[in-house]
Design a protein around this ligand. Structure first.
Ligand code: BGC
Length: 410
């Protein structure tokens, strides 16, 4: 048995996002793109909107003490400036259901999908988008902060920016053809999806949007604090762990890559973060000669890189939590080992001094994997999309044992 020493009170659980599991969300940019055949339909997804109690029962049985969810902006503000109290009432019930099961909620305000009215008037390209987002943030925080004291503003801003404005795989499908060709996972679809943006402007769009994300986070932070000063406000940062074989040039490449992907953004929001959520999936070692087993996403399996990713963020000396990390593994043959190695990596970061407070595996349920549809299976719990039946995967019990032992690995 390895003594991996997690602090008392460390929170364990899983994460999900509204659009990927709830079902029935039709007034977003993604739903519109699905109608146009540009991304797969999401439809009723896992029907979690109606089955959250059943799903949280499973989470409780699996020993989870925390759960990360997102609230759907398009449900809450279906028209500009018009808020739907019934949807807030729904999410309050969801949060109450978590509390009733002894599960601490983490809420994210925006996880990739935008209300149609907002995206159609230009989304985060608009100058006033930060204020619009902050108004929504304050509205939600005021109404849920008695039930949730951990609120994240934006999920993975750099990913949304890159996918939406560089590779053009996601709404609003603006792309720089060269970058798209290098990055697109499904090469057969290159060129089929998006009209090209004028060659003069693409980078300008990307940087404008990125700047507005930064302003939106910072404005939302202030807006939330005004209505709910006790809330711990975070940003959820997708962090690729760039490292090297130690050779000078490769070390330099890793530094530049970490600066571009992580620090450049974090440096401009960190003063308005009470904590930082880490989403970890990938690493890149410059000068690497190793070959890696691949996940169903085609990503190198290297869960121990979570240590490096946490240490990159620990430079800011703010409390950290693993807001997402996990593997697509349809036959569940690699997930248990992956989780063990990932948890060991988190323990290593804690031993090195990082203040990590929670580990939320991605994901509780199988879900809609964005432009890749429903085929990729990240869930601790398998979802049969025909019958909506849930089946707990064996690896979920390995995770349960880790949780029961507060991180001790068999
Ligand atoms: C996103 C999730 C997604 C996961 C796996 C993260 O970047 O936040 O929505 O399902 O990665 O690709």
């Amino acid at each position: 048995m390895t003594d991996t020493k997690f602090p008392a009170g460390f929170l364990w659980g899983a994460a999900a996002s509204a659009y990927q599991v709830e079902g029935g969300i039709e007034n977003t940019d993604w739903a519109k793109a699905a109608c146009e055949g540009r991304v797969p339909e999401c439809g009723r997804a896992a029907d979690h909107y109606y089955r959250y109690e059943e799903d949280f029962n499973i989470a409780r049985e699996l020993g989870h003490t925390a759960h990360r969810l997102s609230v759907e902006w398009a449900r809450i503000e279906p028209e500009e400036g018009k808020f739907d109290e019934r949807e807030i009432a729904h999410y309050r019930k969801v949060l109450e259901a978590l509390h009733a099961r002894g599960i601490t909620p983490y809420v994210t305000l925006w996880h990739f999908t935008l209300p149609l009215w907002f995206s159609e008037r230009g989304g985060f390209e608009q100058k006033d988008s930060p204020e619009i987002f902050a108004r929504y943030a304050a509205y939600v925080a005021e109404r849920i902060s008695d039930l949730c004291s951990r609120i994240g503003t934006i999920n993975e801003p750099m990913v949304v920016g890159s996918q939406g404005w560089l590779t053009g795989e996601w709404p609003p499908f603006k792309r720089i053809p060269l970058i798209q060709r290098m990055a697109m996972q499904d090469r057969a679809r290159v060129g089929e999806l998006a009209p090209k943006v004028s060659w003069r402007h693409p980078f300008l769009y990307f940087f404008r949007v990125e700047r507005n994300f930064i302003r939106a986070h910072n404005a939302a932070y202030d807006a939330i604090k005004r209505v709910a000063p006790h809330v711990e406000v975070s940003l959820v940062k997708h962090t690729v762990y760039f490292h090297s074989d130690g050779r000078l040039l490769n070390r330099l490449k890793a530094r530049v890559a970490n600066w571009y992907w992580t620090y450049r953004f974090m440096n401009r929001v960190i003063r308005k973060c009470d904590s930082i959520g880490l989403n970890y999936y990938q690493h890149k070692k410059f000068g690497d000669t190793a070959t890696y087993e691949k996940s169903d996403m085609g990503w190198n399996i290297y869960p121990e890189g979570i240590y490096g990713a946490l240490m990159l963020l620990w430079r800011y000396r703010k409390p950290l939590f693993v807001s997402e990390a996990g593997i697509a593994d349809a036959d569940d043959s690699r997930r248990a080992d992956y989780i063990r190695r990932q948890v060991a990596g988190v323990a290593e970061a804690i031993a090195a001094g990082a203040d990590v407070r929670a580990h939320l595996y991605w994901s509780l349920l199988d879900n809609y994997e964005w432009a890749l549809g429903f085929e990729k299976r990240f869930g601790l719990v398998e979802v049969n999309y025909d019958t909506l039946e849930r089946t707990v995967r064996p690896s979920a019990y390995v995770y349960k044992r880790i949780i029961e032992q507060n991180g001790m690995l068999d």
